[in-house]
Design a protein around this ligand. Structure first.
Ligand SMILES: NC(=O)c1ccc[n+]([C@@H]2O[C@H](COP(=O)([O-])OP(=O)(O)OC[C@H]3O[C@@H](n4cnc5c(N)ncnc54)[C@H](OP(=O)(O)O)[C@@H]3O)[C@@H](O)[C@H]2O)c1
Length: 309
């Protein structure tokens, strides 16, 4: 599970004043809602009281040592207990205030941070950021009132110092499995400085595009890797995904179909399904995931791949 912090602070780190937010920025509230919707949100009792009600569409966890029950929320006695309550979720959002941010910073992997440009009076502050957080995405809104910067920061210090290329690659693959694309990108990038590899290069390209990097550069990099090793299934999968993400959908689908022809399995079909290009299941009375349908589906795909739409 990814532990993320989501916060908005002024240039001088102010986040609260007299128990409330020091500003009213509808675009930032909308960003907060779209990022956290469907996930668990964890907050301190004072932040909860300043909002005044549970946030809809999200599991609300409130940290408190004094209250035993809050309508519509789960109460937790410690940060650890609050996080354990959603073990198995993809991502949990720590929503403040200051006390909770301070405690969560050492264990969080990602920070969705809004910088509100300007100076604000306040009594609650965002803690000093440790140097291990690296900016992975930034969107400037200079014409908004007040102007804001929407940023995403990722923790990048968990790359083993002194690791060799194989260890870094392994760490990168583990990070991909956990959807930590920025960390994976750093691992693959570092592995490539130690050892040239078309496969690692294609993994790097996939993570580059997934972590808001330059998608055109990622596509060029991935396609060069494929030229060097044209029948490598992992590279074909990465190239297909990168092409689709970079907007070259037909090219990406052709790459994925070629992968299936060469023996690629479920991962290729999952990507093709995601793009809505799969045939009907061979035995309609059985679910798509049934081993018979999986086997027959792959076989039919290899004998007669679907045509371009
Ligand atoms: N700009 C932003 O992004 C942002 C985000 C959130 C909040 N805020 C602002 O921040 C202010 C509130 O923040 P705050 O720092 O004063 O309070 P807070 O962190 O929201 O809440 C503090 C309370 O949480 C409980 N608590 C803290 N640590 C705990 C732990 N480890 N285990 C169990 N309970 C724990 C305690 O509740 P009990 O006293 O009940 O034990 C404590 O009094 C408001 O002004 C709000 O508007 C701003």
């Amino acid at each position: 599970m990814i532990i993320s912090i989501i916060a908005a602070m002024s240039e001088d780190r102010v986040i609260g004043a007299n128990g409330r937010l020091p500003w009213n920025i509808p675009a930032d509230l909308a960003r907060f809602k779209s990022i956290t919707m469907g996930h668990a949100v964890l907050m301190g009792r004072k932040t909860y009281q300043s909002i005044g009600h549970p946030l809809e569409g999200r599991k609300n966890i409130v940290l408190t040592r004094t209250l035993s029950k809050i309508e519509g929320c789960q109460v937790a006695r410690s940060l650890r207990e609050g996080i354990a309550a959603v073990e198995g979720d993809e991502e949990i959002f720590i929503c403040g205030g200051e006390e909770i941010f301070r405690e969560a910073l050492p264990i969080c992997q990602r920070i969705y941070l809004t910088i509100v440009h300007g100076s604000y009076q306040g009594d609650i502050y965002f803690p000093e950021l440790p140097g291990c957080f690296v900016e992975s995405h930034r969107e400037e809104n200079p014409d908004a009132s007040p102007p804001t910067s929407f940023m995403v920061l990722e923790k990048a210090d968990r790359i083993q110092p002194g690791a060799d290329a194989a260890e870094l690659r392994q760490k990168g693959l583990e990070a991909v499995n956990r959807h930590l694309y920025f960390l994976a990108r750093c691992c693959f990038q570092q592995a490539l400085t130690l050892e040239e590899s078309a496969e690692t290069s294609s993994d790097y390209a996939f993570c580059l595009v997934k972590s808001s990097g330059d998608s055109q550069a990622a596509q060029a990099l991935a396609e060069t890797a494929l030229q060097r090793d044209p029948e490598n299934l992992r590279i074909l999968l990465n190239v297909g995904r990168v092409q689709i993400l970079a907007g070259a959908k037909e090219r990406g689908l052709d790459t994925l179909r070629k992968g299936v022809q060469l023996g690629g399995g479920e991962e290729f079909l999952t990507e093709l399904t995601r793009c809505g290009t799969r045939n009907d299941r061979p035995i309609k009375s059985l679910p798509r995931s049934h081993p018979l349908n999986r086997y027959l589906g792959l076989l039919m795909h290899r004998i007669d791949p679907p045509k371009r739409q």
